[in-house]
Design a protein around this ligand. Structure first.
Ligand SMILES: Nc1nc2c(c(=O)[nH]1)N[C@H]1C(S)=C(S)[C@@H](COP(=O)(O)O)O[C@H]1N2
Ligand SMILES: [Mo]
Length: 321
């Protein structure tokens, strides 16, 4: 049987050439060294990151009823450039990352700025939500997340009436994140993202702390990351340490890098092609087939249009924005 081959993914197309070449070197090392890959990068003074552990959650609804992506695929085929640009890098190179203790600082235009540790975040009410995830690179997964509604966190800090956006920031920790070290840096750190406040408050928007019944593995954005299922995957910023409520539209990493290719809104839209490839279809990852063997049409708003299309009344959906 033909195996699913990560190297055949067109994900390299969004990657600058220099980093793609670097990515191939890393993959070669990985093939030769197997699990030993992380060893030369490890620093003996760092503590071992906690392994994922069981995480309980109430059923949260929204299950699309589609076959789940195998857990092994969802946790080994990742985008997390802080650990490298290859799909296998986040798993292979995140062993030194220690997501505990952790806290998220929430500031800006709020009545009650606050810092939330992991216990405070978990107390916001964990639910299991199975969502489709569509990457802008034209592949998709179906993942059972565990998380709390972002609205529950926003309620705690009491956004001011004039606040219109939420800006998000990933941690910068070069000592534990090999993709943040070295001469060539594919992105500016920290990775940043943003949502309009009404998008952030939408009931579908969650902050995930787990998947497949366990806490998040490092490669999926431990210990807490954003999940916005009607938007392209790059909006789902990982390992969040700060959120700031603002009046102005905040910067977002991919939009800043290539504004003609990645919009701020980045709603999944099969009618608007990426400048370098079609967005009409997607490859559902997993199941052991070769890339492209499980192709299906991409749905407007990733299939969540009934819930979210009204957020964009009056906006032109025939352009990339
Ligand atoms: N901090 C950070 N967040 C990130 C990324 C990243 O490189 N850094 N990649 C994004 C992209 S492009 C995608 S598709 C999703 C992938 O999430 P997954 O690996 O859990 O499937 O994470 C997003 N969040
Ligand atoms: Mo992505």
């Amino acid at each position: 049987m033909r195996r699913y081959r990560p190297t055949a993914i067109p994900g390299s197309e969004i990657t600058p050439e220099a980093s793609y070449l670097q990515r191939r070197d890393i993959l070669r090392l990985g093939a030769a060294g197997g699990l030993a890959l992380a060893a030369p990068l490890a620093s003996p003074s760092l503590s071992i990151a906690a392994e994922p552990e069981p995480l309980a959650a109430a059923p949260g609804g929204y299950d699309p009823g589609e076959e789940l992506t195998p857990e092994a695929d969802a946790t080994s085929y990742n985008n997390f450039y802080e650990f490298g640009t290859g799909k296998g890098d986040p798993k292979a190179r995140s062993g030194d990352f220690n997501p505990r203790p952790w806290s998220i600082k929430v500031d800006g235009m709020v009545g009650k700025p606050a810092e939330f540790d992991l216990d405070a975040l978990m107390a916001l009410g964990l639910e299991e939500r199975t969502y489709r995830m569509r990457c802008v690179e034209a592949w998709s997964m179906v993942i059972p997340w565990i998380g709390f509604p972002l609205a529950a966190l926003l309620d705690k800090v009491e956004p001011q009436g004039s606040a219109k956006y939420v800006a998000f920031e990933t941690i910068v920790r070069a000592q534990e994140m090999p993709g943040q070290r070295g001469a060539f840096q594919p992105l500016d750190w920290p990775y940043v993202e943003g949502l309009r406040l009404d998008e952030a408050r939408h009931p579908l928007t969650i902050m995930a702390m787990g998947l497949y019944g366990k806490t998040l593995p490092n490669q999926n954005g431990a210990p807490v990351r954003l999940v916005v299922p009607w938007k392209y995957g790059f909006k789902g910023i990982k390992s969040i340490v700060r959120m700031t409520l603002t009046e102005e539209q905040p910067a977002s990493t991919w939009n800043r890098l290539a504004p003609n290719e990645y919009g701020f809104y980045a709603n999944v839209n099969p009618a608007v092609d990426h400048p370098r490839w079609s967005q009409a279809k997607e490859n559902r990852i997993g199941g052991g087939g070769f890339f492209g063997s499980n192709e299906r049409p991409t749905l407007p708003f990733n299939g969540y249009g009934d819930e979210v299309a009204s957020l964009y009344d009056g906006m032109d959906l025939t352009v990339n924005f």
